[in-house]
Design a protein around this ligand. Structure first.
Ligand code: FES
Ligand code: FE2
Length: 348
């Protein structure tokens, strides 16, 4: 199940340059490159002649030349040259995709190009606001369906068990006050953990001596964007009433892009609102979160292995699933809406 009429993160800005770069997005092979002016381009990674991935070819100016028999394609996807032949058949073209560059990511629109409005790109400005936020982002390949990653970030009780050496401790699962706010296309899970021991990472980067009031506010927007506002202050100083002083605040930022039904691209970053210009702090936080996320990635692939062997098994729901279930409902409604719009369009 893929939602098509959305912007997805396709690559980091550094991945896309003058060397063609291939990546499968929503089950379609796509090749990315930059024009001589630096503009990102995305087109089908499948030559119109005999299907070789165009990412194996090379750029000649702003045209992509296939590695096999040398056909060239312009940034509009049309074939511009067939070696030894003057007539170029009109069918000699490959599909192109709308792209945009924002927040150090290259975004792609996989649906109807007429609907692609860059204003609809989900806000991740924390990754590109160096005066207010220290930040570093990265990429992980995940051997699991994209919705398993979404589930994971909407239920943070798992930190207590999966990430107990970094960002988790038992207080998170046992002592959190949780609220789930649902809107038609949005779920916000707010978790407060009051007057509890800080987890190892918070001790390391926040220097807390005693108990803290910790928050985790998870903002989900479809198809797979999860922006987490997390942090802690010394207990009793008023964080739950909005007085976030004397502590640390961070944004954990996640954009998940389906690769296939059983694999995903996981773009993530961590931003922090303290010591913002200190690259060492940024790196220290980043490494802690990376350790945790690698632990998640092994959970996802193990889940997927079982789901691949036994599809749609019976599952038990628990209270902690409230946010996950709300998000899954939104996603399946949006999928039905997209499919019925597509069948109406096909009938017209
Ligand atoms: S497969 Fe690309 S030119 Fe033949
Ligand atoms: Fe996790």
């Amino acid at each position: 199940m893929f939602l098509r009429n959305y912007w997805y993160v396709a690559a980091t800005d550094a991945e896309v340059g003058r060397k063609p770069f291939g990546r499968i997005i929503l089950g379609e092979p796509v090749v990315f490159f930059r024009t001589e002016e630096g503009k990102p381009v995305a087109m089908e990674d499948r030559c119109a002649h005999r299907q070789l991935p165009l990412s194996m070819g090379k750029l000649v100016g702003d045209e992509l030349q296939c590695h096999y028999h040398g056909l060239r394609f312009g940034t509009d996807g049309r074939c511009t040259r067939i070696p030894g032949q003057e007539q170029i058949p009109r069918s000699a073209k490959v599909k192109t995709y709308p792209v945009a560059e924002r927040y150090h990511w290259i975004w792609i629109w996989m649906g109807d190009p007429a609907l692609a409005d860059p204003a609809a790109i989900t806000d991740f400005h924390w990754l590109d606001d160096p005066n207010h936020w220290g930040a570093k982002s990265s990429y992980l390949h995940v051997e699991a369906n994209w919705q398993l990653v979404v589930d994971n970030l909407l239920d943070l009780t798992h930190l207590a068990f999966v990430h107990d050496t970094t960002i988790g401790n038992l207080a998170l699962a046992e002592h959190a006050k949780v609220q789930v706010a649902r809107a038609p296309n949005n779920v916000v899970v707010t978790r407060w953990i009051i007057d509890q021991e800080p987890p190892p990472t918070f001790k390391k980067v926040g220097g807390f001596a005693g108990h803290v009031d910790r928050w985790q506010i998870i903002d989900f927007v479809p198809p797979a964007f999860l922006r987490l506002d997390v942090g802690a202050t010394p207990t009793g100083t008023g964080a739950p009433d909005g007085k976030r002083v004397g502590g640390i605040g961070m944004r954990n930022l996640n954009a998940i892009t389906p690769e296939t039904e059983t694999t995903s691209h996981y773009f993530w970053g961590q931003a922090h609102d303290f010591d913002v210009k200190n690259a060492e702090t940024t790196e220290k936080i980043f490494q802690q979160i990376k350790t945790a996320f690698l632990e998640d990635v092994s959970v996802f692939s193990a889940q997927q292995r079982n789901l691949t062997m036994i599809a749609n098994p019976p599952q038990v729901d628990i209270n902690a699933d409230a946010g996950t279930i709300a998000a899954r409902r939104i996603l399946s409604r949006l999928y039905d809406e997209e499919r019925s719009a597509a069948s109406v369009a096909a009938a017209e």
